[in-house]
Write a protein that binds this ligand. Sequence first.
Ligand SMILES: *[C@@H]1O[C@H](CO)[C@@H](O)[C@H](O)[C@H]1NC(C)=O
Ligand SMILES: *[C@@H]1O[C@H](CO)[C@@H](O)[C@H](O)[C@H]1NC(C)=O
Ligand SMILES: *[C@@H]1O[C@H](CO)[C@@H](O)[C@H](O)[C@H]1NC(C)=O
Ligand SMILES: *[C@@H]1O[C@H](CO)[C@@H](O)[C@H](O)[C@H]1NC(C)=O
Ligand SMILES: *[C@@H]1O[C@H](CO)[C@@H](O)[C@H](O)[C@H]1NC(C)=O
Length: 435
Amino acid sequence: MSMAPHSSMFLCLLLAMLVASVRASPAKHETQFEAAEDKFLRACCANTTDAAVCYNSLLPRARTFEGNFVKVATAATIIAYEQLRSFDAELRIILRRGAGVGKYMANVLGSCVSYFEDVALFGEDLVLATLWRLETVDGRKGKHAKFDLDEVNTCVGEVASSTNLLCIEDFIRLGKEVLVSPVGKIMVAGNATVTLYGEIALDLEETLVPAVNGTLNVLRSCKKNPFLKRVVLTSSSSAVRIRDDAQPNISLDEISWSSVPLCESMQLWYALAKVFAEKAAWEFAKENDIDLVTVLPSFVIGPSLSNELCVTASDVLGLLQGDTARFSSYGRMGYVHIDDVASSHILVYEAPEAKGRYLCSSVVLDNNELVSLLAKRYPIFPIPRRLNNPYGEQSYQLNTSKLQGLGFKFKGVQEMFDDCVQSLKDQGHLLECPL
Ligand SMILES: *[C@@H]1O[C@H](CO)[C@@H](O)[C@H](O)[C@H]1NC(C)=O
Ligand SMILES: *[C@@H]1O[C@H](CO)[C@@H](O)[C@H](O)[C@H]1NC(C)=O
Ligand SMILES: *[C@@H]1O[C@H](CO)[C@@H](O)[C@H](O)[C@H]1NC(C)=O
Ligand SMILES: *[C@@H]1O[C@H](CO)[C@@H](O)[C@H](O)[C@H]1NC(C)=O
Ligand SMILES: *[C@@H]1O[C@H](CO)[C@@H](O)[C@H](O)[C@H]1NC(C)=O
């Protein structure tokens, strides 16, 4: 973590004053308190004071995208400020009692207290208001989001560094032995909790924009090539099919986009990332006159090149071994052979008339239809007969007539699973005779 304490401190102070002067309702964060995220975060960080350990424990469960991420970052920020406030209160009590801490130590504690009050705690309202703005989809768009993130980073950076650098360092100059004194123990514990949550908040805030930015970085590189003819981007059918259409048996085609509010409310961060990334790519391509074509595969099934299984392959392996949890959560889903995903990319790259988005999916099946088909095909595996569909009745289809219009033919569901099962056997993940 690098910082220029004085300039950033000043900026933070200035911004806080500006906001404080226009702010109408004071206790906004009481109504918006992120209770679930707060609980989640405290559970992840319960056994450690090491931000990296805590971060690694929370990241897989926080999922990694957008609104949810901001909420966890907000919870971390709230806790960091709360810890700083109670640390500050504790130091004030010590100072008021004056109980034998000595003149120099009292000076150090006094400067900590005034520093917390003047700088670190002063930014709290500003930071929380900014984070709440970033929780909305609109708040995360455009230039202002970058400004907001920088601002939050500066202020939370103050919190994370203020205890460690400005208090503890001065304190330690009194001699290592002060750290084991009663006041020293309070200082160390205060430092540990404040910096822990401050650093978690910073880590989260710094990783906020990766999916969109990653896609744009690739397109920026493509743009540098003067001979560039066309860019083919892999998106996903999840950028199309997460919708709450009332029509039964709706046939979704390339005009459709997944609903952002629905993805957020169902916490489908992968789909959300795909929607944002693909939309950003289209915007960038238009602004920079790039001939962009996107391919939107559904669930990709087939042989695996690597012996390390990707998520999809290990989900299929799980199903063949009788584990229903993950496939149950997929509900109704499109399936496509990996070979078709590869050859459709080549086709749309080479066909001069290819334009826009291309859904790439062979068949759409309810999870129940899939398992009964697989159970019949591979009777030696303990494949369940029924699965629950957490989304209730679904009946959408994916209309792939656009890709087929370029002469494309899909491999069937049997072939993709046969190839997948064979590859799982070849790689030793699946025994020939499991029973
Ligand atoms: C923390 O420790 C408790 C008790 O050992 C354990 O139940 C819990 O799962 C641990 N939490 C994390 C995040 O490791
Ligand atoms: C204060 O906390 C930080 C972060 O946990 C840690 O690196 C540092 O060693 C702590 N300082 C002391 C004196 O405990
Ligand atoms: C996005 O990528 C650009 C170019 O690499 C970089 O300058 C910018 O800081 C990145 N933005 C974020 C928020 O990571
Ligand atoms: C929707 O499709 C299912 C199965 O394919 C069929 O049984 C049902 O009648 C269809 N409903 C409508 C309204 O077309
Ligand atoms: C699929 O899309 C094509 C082309 O837009 C259209 O002609 C066809 O009617 C659609 N099929 C269904 C089942 O909606």
